[in-house]
Design a protein around this ligand. Structure first.
Ligand SMILES: O=C(O)CCC(=O)C(=O)O
Ligand SMILES: [Fe+2]
Length: 303
């Protein structure tokens, strides 16, 4: 399989790399960041904490219950039998992070690591979103109060599962995702503009940024919600950590006025993120198709 060249954005070299950032968002819908100031040690400690959470007994794992639909622990399913994940909503809220740790009986050290990681990654994510808004010509746009979801992913890959699916094809439903990949186990594949799957191989120390459905609607179609999946390529369990910046605080997704004019008429109806998420879950389609139901030329589906 071909390997895709994911554009690498040096966060210390903005706004010089603003054009490169925007082309990555408009084209592939994905880029990497380096010089992000998240210490390697924190990334390593967080990975260790996440690995140990997955060793908890099933009944404890299930204490990580949903806050919004699908935000809590997900065990293996028929669609994704090798996949399990913990979830946390809202990772931008220190009390929610505490509650998540308490429910899973996290040790004081794990708790400290998870809290610091959530705080720092949230700051990084808001900073990246601002840089993206800058590149679209939006001055002083703030993402600080946008809710944010955390997901800790584990793929139980073994000798027998090589060649099978780790997680099915999907887009991320929110605005922007920051992913700390597995340091060594690959398997992530993205769909390029020709509809071909291409491998994304890990680049340790960097973070991978994906744009989701909310970014496409919010930007009035300017940026691309990247389709991706995970395949089992080797017999080693794989762990990744994702932070999702979801939607504006009031949940209302609509483009800033500066992104709408007679040459760029509104492409999507205004919708709320929570309703969108429900619609996506109930429709069973995970790869951005649900957004088509909300095009301005469609009858209103959700208020
Ligand atoms: O594990 C990965 O590399 C991707 C995870 C992912 O796509 C997700 O959590 O939405
Ligand atoms: Fe994803």
């Amino acid at each position: 399989m071909e390997e895709v060249t994911v554009p690498v954005i040096d966060l210390l070299n903005l706004p010089a790399e603003s054009g490169k950032l925007l082309s990555a968002c408009e084209g592939l819908g994905c880029f990497r960041v380096v010089n992000h100031r998240i210490p390697t040690e924190l990334q390593r400690e967080m990975k260790a904490a996440v690995r140990s959470l997955f060793d908890l007994p099933d009944d404890v794992k299930k204490l990580n219950s949903d806050i919004i639909a699908g935000s809590g622990y997900v065990g293996p399913t028929k669609e994704n039998p090798l996949y399990e994940a913990f979830g946390l909503y809202d990772a931008a809220d220190a009390a929610d992070v505490e509650a998540f740790c308490s429910r899973l009986h996290a040790s004081p050290r794990q708790r400290e690591t998870i809290k610091t990681y959530a705080l720092k990654l949230h700051e990084l994510m808001v900073d990246i979103a601002c840089k993206l808004a800058d590149s679209l010509g939006l001055v002083d746009y703030s993402f600080k109060d946008w809710p944010c979801q955390f997901r800790l992913n584990k793929y139980n890959f073994t000798e027998e599962t090589v060649g099978s699916s780790g997680v099915q094809l999907h887009t991320d439903s929110g605005f922007l995702t920051v992913l700390q990949e597995d340091e060594s186990v690959g398997g992530l594949e993205v769909m390029d503009s020709s509809g071909t799957f291409v491998a994304v191989n890990p680049l340790p120390g960097s973070f991978l940024i994906n744009l989701g459905d909310v970014a496409k609607a919010w930007s009035n179609g300017r940026v691309h919600n990247i389709k991706h999946r995970v395949q089992c390529k080797e017999a080693t369990p794989r762990v990744s950590i994702a932070l999702f910046l979801l939607s504006p605080k009031d949940g209302k997704v609509e483009p800033p006025p500066a992104l709408v004019d007679s040459d760029h008429p509104r492409l999507y109806q205004t919708f709320t993120y929570v309703d969108y998420r429900k619609l996506r879950l109930s429709s069973g389609s995970r790869a951005g198709e649900t957004l088509n139901l909300l095009a301005t030329n469609q009858a209103p589906t959700i208020a």
